[in-house]
Design a protein around this ligand. Sequence first.
Ligand SMILES: C[S@@+](CC[C@H](N)C(=O)[O-])C[C@H]1O[C@@H](n2cnc3c(N)ncnc32)[C@H](O)[C@@H]1O
Length: 551
Amino acid sequence: MQSGKVSDTPLEFIVEYLSKAKEIADGNPNIPQELTNNLKKALDIASGLDGYLEAMSSQESQPLAELYRKTMDHDWQKVHEEGTTLFRLPKECITGHLEGQVLKTLVRICKARRILEIGMFTGYGALSMAEGLPEDGRLIACELEPYLKEFAKPIFDKSPHGKKITVKTGPAMDSLKELAAAGEQFDLVFIDADKSNYISYYKFLLDNNLLRMDGLICVDNTLFKGKVYLQGETDENGLALRDFNRFVRDDPRVEQVIVPVRDGISLIQRLPWTSAGKESKNTVTPDEVFRGAQGKSILDRLRLDDRVAYVTGAGQGIGRGFAHALGEAGAKVAVVDLDREKAEKVVEELTLKGVQSMAVTADISKPDDVQRMIDAILSKWGTIHIACNNAGVNMNSASEDTSLEEWDQTFGVNLRGTFMCCQAVGRVMLKQGYGKIINTASMASLIVPHPQKQLSYNTSKAGVVKLTQTLGTEWIDRGVRVNCISPGIVDTPLIHSESLRPLVQRWLSDIPAGRLAQVTDLQAAVVYLASDASDYMTGHNLVIEGGQSLW
Ligand SMILES: C[S@@+](CC[C@H](N)C(=O)[O-])C[C@H]1O[C@@H](n2cnc3c(N)ncnc32)[C@H](O)[C@@H]1O
């Protein structure tokens, strides 16, 4: 602890009392050396802890460091005496580096996008949490003192994350009522003002659904210098927090743990209905709609954890988009491409994101390559749950000029190759009684895209749809679903080539959505078809073309 600093947390009090005890022991020759030695050991452990935790936590950003210095250097006594602040604000109430980093980490873990802070002070906690938010995330900070909004503003303005923060001045309860009336909801709430009112804030948040399903409430100072558990305490705030901690522990709607960081942070998570709903006085129909199929919420049902997938043609374009989407949803992904270098590059991208992946080189128009691809995946991961047969080629020629070579090459990859992949992986999936096959067809299976001429492509893709329908019905009763995705015209580098660029304007006038498809427009579909959420869907052609086939 810095000299002259007032003790504020249980640990700081322990250090203070141990230091005093050691001083007494040092000055008294009658105290056994063993006692002095033990006091010293206890003091070393206690006094080193906070500093070590701070030193080992990620470094604070420059704006946060500046905010901390500015808060510490400010004359809070003076601004209060001048009547600028309603209360004399103690600078110790700042959250600081360690707690700020805890909050920021929680924001990331919860994937929070909307945060509410009750009690902003100079904004250290607010800015720490804002740093953990995504670009479109936002944080509303409630603060009684208008002066603090002005104090924090120049530093919020300097930080790239400051724009995510909106400060609402005035009593927090008024702001909470406004937010509830406006139908706002938060993923994470940090309560850090006005200890005697913690319980009212907490009740208001839960009773008015200001906290989303599974949302997290963090509450500061819930150990309150140890006063919540010390016998004979009379401190009003300490007793209020003691009641608060008990109240929350006994509330069936949530689960609570108090983490002994600094002055104690309570982590309170809103439970799904399963536990809390039992206490509900309202009549609920506890069926799968209410509880979620297999007890999972719809978003959880889209997750692909522990699944093994492959994507052919994954070195670029749609296939690369599919590989990223499946990986982000939790699957291990084999990135299959003709071009080893491209496949390895995508594997590198996935590895950076923490997705387990492998590169496989294969020409899917060759039966031996197809089998080698399946064997390589099986030998690494032992199974295949998701097969994205996406590799395809497209050549243009007027039908009267289409050569048999072009026809054979196109069909060799687009239809024969897709069939060979379906068959090879289908054998594995039928044996294990589970599998999801997703073929890439095309809008060209439905309409005749023009003005470009591409007979072999169109007919091969129509074949992919029929292949999908046939396999989808033949295999569903053995646990294997086969579906396909038909993208419209996708904005890839190819489209911007000299020869195709003039066609883009023409295509755009045929697309109700007014734009070409981006690879990212197709990603949710592949995750859906790969997940258990689509189990009743088979033989389906999922068309994603901005409405083009309807005009
Ligand atoms: C412990 S400090 C907050 C520290 C802050 N969370 C941080 O990250 O540094 C408490 C703040 O709550 C504010 N406050 C107190 N009573 C309030 C109320 N009724 N409504 C809104 N803010 C209040 C105080 O002005 C003070 O700035």
